[in-house]
Design a protein around this ligand. Structure first.
Ligand code: ATP
Ligand code: MG
Length: 399
């Protein structure tokens, strides 16, 4: 295999050569080999070695001991990080969670045998030799996802692998082998034992993949979604199929909320254990969508949304099958003001217009009314016009 043109692999090769010079074996393994064969972009390079962590630490100057008890250290080499893990197998999966123990083993073949799918169980040496005891290359060629060993056993050991199968089907546009598929169907209840965070990670990767429709179809047909928060109580939600790809949690929550408006954002955040940042984004998108639905207020919708979420608003509307008649970015750029601070009438000047009034809640309300009016184009952002406008608005408001 020719990977000379890839500097990251060149660096990995240097790491492997250092291990070999020390008397150890080293292979690149897992997702990076799969992606290399697929000619996809490779993110991280993982290296498997016969050396134990203590030995790896002797070979390299800069080693971060991230998971020594599991055999993993990070080697820093020319400003790049490589995860270097001792050949190991995992045993004693209790309660379907992490393995109780890992055992270091002496051969790469044994290490490959603990891996989930045949496409992920290929190793490649520094000189390009491939070790592929489970015919992973053939599976990759045929775009098939199949387990190393019996699917039943492997999913019982670690039910997350079922989610991984579905996620890879979306990420790679591969099909899941029939037998594997039927075991997922049969064993999906084991997902109950997983933490919601682990499920969430796979679900979002699946839904934001280019072939998300393949993943979505598999979620639906296997019935795996019955074990997801929200979907558990509202199974009909799975029928809502995004017309185009969503790109993050904020967009995804907004999409489903707009399908079933009784699922509020807070419920999504707490039941899927997501962050406040995601909550804020979903709330902004939904608010902007409601303003947009009320038609004439597109300018105000984009103003409220703010610059950071314009792109997501487009993704959201297109996932809902809506063809926007305006460009969110252009609309935003052409707004006369972008923040309250841009108003030509400042707070102190507003107070001068109504000298008889004390400081209070009214100021915020009046500023808000001016923002809205300027953004909508009913008043220009000029001091004297704003003074006239706010006086008139005050008259109407008080009656
Ligand atoms: P990506 O990084 O794109 O998510 P990947 O295949 O690299 O895909 P990782 O989670 O980074 O996935 O794991 C690296 C490798 O470790 C996998 O390719 C696989 O060989 C093995 N692996 C990961 N998770 C499991 C698991 N739950 N069961 C068995 N093997 C696993
Ligand atoms: Mg990886």
């Amino acid at each position: 295999m020719n990977y000379e043109h890839m500097p990251l692999f060149q660096l990995a090769r240097e790491v492997m050569e250092r291990i070999e010079a020390y008397g150890g074996e080293a292979y690149i393994v897992g997702g990076c080999v799969r992606d290399l064969i697929l000619q996809h972009e490779v993110g991280d390079i993982d290296i498997a070695t016969s050396l134990v962590p203590e030995e790896v630490m002797e070979v390299f100057d800069k080693v971060i001991p991230v998971g020594v008890e599991h055999g993993t250290v990070i080697v820093r080499h020319r400003s790049h990080s490589f995860e270097v893990t001792t050949y190991r197998i995992e045993e004693d999966y209790r309660n379907y969670r992490h393995p109780e123990r890992v055992y270091f083993v002496s051969s790469i073949e044994k290490d490959l045998s603990r891996r989930d799918f045949t496409m992920n169980a290929i190793a490649m040496s520094g000189s390009g030799d491939i070790i592929d005891p489970f015919n992973g290359r053939e599976a990759i060629r045929e775009k098939r996802i199949t387990t190393v060993g019996k699917a039943e056993d492997r999913f019982e050991e670690d039910p997350l692998r079922m989610m991984r199968a579905l996620r890879f089907s979306a990420q790679l546009n591969f099909s899941i082998d029939e037998e594997v598929y039927s075991v997922i169907n049969e064993k999906k209840g084991l997902l109950e034992h997983l933490s919601v965070e682990r499920i969430a990670e796979e679900f979002i990767k699946l839904m934001t993949s280019y072939s998300y429709l393949e993943g979505w179809r598999n979620l639906k047909l296997t019935g795996v979604y019955h074990y997801f928060p929200i979907f558990r109580n509202r199974p009909f939600l799975i029928d809502a199929r995004p017309a185009t790809r969503l790109t993050d949690w904020g967009e995804l929550i907004s999409f489903y909320h707009l399908q079933a408006r009784d699922t509020d954002v807070k419920e999504w955040i707490t039941s899927w254990k997501l962050s406040n940042r995601i909550r804020k984004k979903a709330e902004k998108l939904i608010e902007a969508f409601h303003l947009f639905e009320e038609n004439e207020t597109i300018n105000y919708a984009m103003y409220q949304l703010g610059e950071d979420y314009l792109h997501s608003f487009r993704n959201l509307t297109s996932s809902l099958g809506i063809d926007l008649s305006f460009d969110p970015r252009d609309t935003y750029d052409n707004l006369p003001v972008h923040a309250r601070n841009d108003l030509a009438l400042k707070t102190s000047e507003l107070m001068d217009v109504f000298p008889e009034r004390k400081k209070g809640k009214w100021i915020g309300e009046y500023l808000h009314a001016m923002e809205e009016s300027v953004v909508q184009g009913t008043c220009r952002n000029q001091k004297h016009e704003l003074i006239e406008w706010v006086k008139e608005w005050d008259q109407q408001n008080r009656n």
